[in-house]
Design a protein around this ligand. Sequence first.
Ligand code: GAL
Length: 721
Amino acid sequence: MNKIFSKIIPFLLILFISAAGYAQVKVVWKQVQPGIWKSVVGEPEPISLLKAAQAKAYEAGFASLPATSFPLDKNEITVTQRDGKIYLRFPLQQEEKIFGFGLNFKTVNQRGRILNLHVDHYGGADNGRTHAPVPFYVSSGGYGVLIDVARYMTVYAGTAVSVNTKHPPRLYDRNNDKDWSAQPYSDAVEILIPAQGLEMYVIAGPTPMHVVQRYNLMNGGGCLPPKWGLGFTERVPTLFSQAEIIREAKMFEEHDFPLDFIGVEPGWQSMSYPCTFEWDKERFPDPQDFLKKLSAMGIRSNLWLNPYVSPRASLYPGMKKLSGSHTVWNGIVPDFTLAQARKLIKDHFFRHHLELGVSGYKIDEIDGYDKWLWPDVATFPSGYTGEQMRQVYGLLLQQMTAAWFKERNQRTYGLIRASNAGASAFPYVIYNDYYSHRDFITALINSSFSGVLWTPEVRASETAEEWVRRMQTVCFSPMAMLNAWADGTKPWSFPEVEKAVKDVADLRMQLLPYIYSTFAQYRFEGKPPFRAMNLLTGFDFGETNVEGKLDGTKNPYAMSIKKDINDQYMMGDNILVAPMFTGEKSRKVHLPEGKWYDFYTGAFAGEHEIINITPGLDKIPLFVMDGSIIPMIAARRQAPTPESKDQLIVRHYGKAPGRFTLYDDDGVSFDYEKGACTFITLSVIRNSSGDLVGSMTRPAPGKPFAYTNDVKWVFMTENKK
Ligand code: GAL
């Protein structure tokens, strides 16, 4: 009897579940990389974010990461399928903060937010619609979760409270308890995904930085730009002719202002919005000669495009049957999941651009504004839906174009307006038309949680003060860019601050050995080059709670506002950047654990404390950790080339000994992947007489190394005694 019962009960249970219309799915985790576990739910769709990115893990990078075990309680992760949708629930502890979910512009800690992850132009609110709505979050508790599916999904990042929760919020009476809150405590991240299947990953730490490293490594390791990509770039006014661009480049020479590559905006094409991808015969009568002249000046070129093919383009007839059902600005939308569409465009671009010497692209307008892009009702010949295409189009274009340059053993570095999960290795930087300086910096901070790069580009300014402040931050970002496409601004447009602007551009060039080594960390270890403070171990100032005051019109639920640190960040391991914004005469800087020193003077600045600084207009505040070594060179107008040799000027800060791994290679090709690269150690120790002394290991013979042997050591703090 008992036996029969035990057989019948599970059967009855399943019946009950299906009658109720939902089924709790058994979750099986399989380790796929060290510290990364994957689970397959239902039947995953043939396209996903990671599939579109075609990312292959950089396995060697995992070797130096600590061993770990599954970081969550597996029983606390639940997956339900119902109504053709997937419901996910991941546990949260009381003290955890949640970072990531893509390129947010205002907030760093996402706990307590509801986001609808949807590729779009950023519209001024952190609601999930953004240029890179990456479905990946990193917990301050030292683990991460990635959902790989090309669908719009809704994330309740610690907002939803289920009846049966193990950690229910306390019950308060709004009438009498001042602790009553309109947002009761929630102990879960819950995600609703309108798909029949997906793949999800849990990523271990132990620290948030390790989580990000593993995420970037599973996606190929970070991108290593060519050296010239880290120099200064200007994008010229949209209708400039080839002669005007050459003149512009000469003006940079006359002003002795750095310039490594020039961005050519829509006017290079015979038609744009939609595009022909063909040179305009009047403005560019001889593209080959134009590119040769630029190259003789040491300048690379980057061409603007959006992918919508004009009926006037030679590509149009062949591409028509390979495109979606709807147009964008009267152009067809190629289905780049199809090999044939990829081949057509590749042949054209190779013949008319790459083989002539074009060094990269700015791929515009693939993010959104619903009224412009293809609608979700659009269909594509591959069978993928408008929604799926929207989520992956930026990835498809990055993957395809990056592979072209790779095939030529040539590194590129370009711009992209839409991205998503799996993009770490792509040599592309996100930008947009939004222009809040503060929010640009918060986006730079958040980019570090999502495996993407972001530039707070400079376009125009109302005042000299704003101009110099923006120039200062863009020079401390992945791409130092003036985008003068509309206004024709020049770096020297505001004579009052011309020197300060040139100083910061020169400082970027001086710092190239440090910046390039920082990108090498991204490439080989997965550490983002520009980092949120929250990725630093020992950075915790608690939460600054600004209590919300009850107000019948503006705040009837007395919602409290939690302030996070969204205006300072790290460039690499050693330099803390604390930008100044227009109108500010002073600001607060949160110095992490350890002793910190002023970059410019070497003077002690503070130790795990909040300091108040009053810097002048001429400098961006920078702080350096005790024992830091910062390799620099004398300012150059253009980044080092495979032939150049510079003297290293190595700065040391503070009193502690230190080490720095300096990376180098030819700076232009992928030969580094076959071993043509150099890692050397710069170290500072205290000798028996108590003096700090520096030394450098020698590069192996025959390996690329752009520096001479006579290192100049500068002890910034001790010399100032
Ligand atoms: C915008 C883009 C600008 C500029 C412009 C040219 O979409 O964000 O940076 O390229 O197009 O038309």
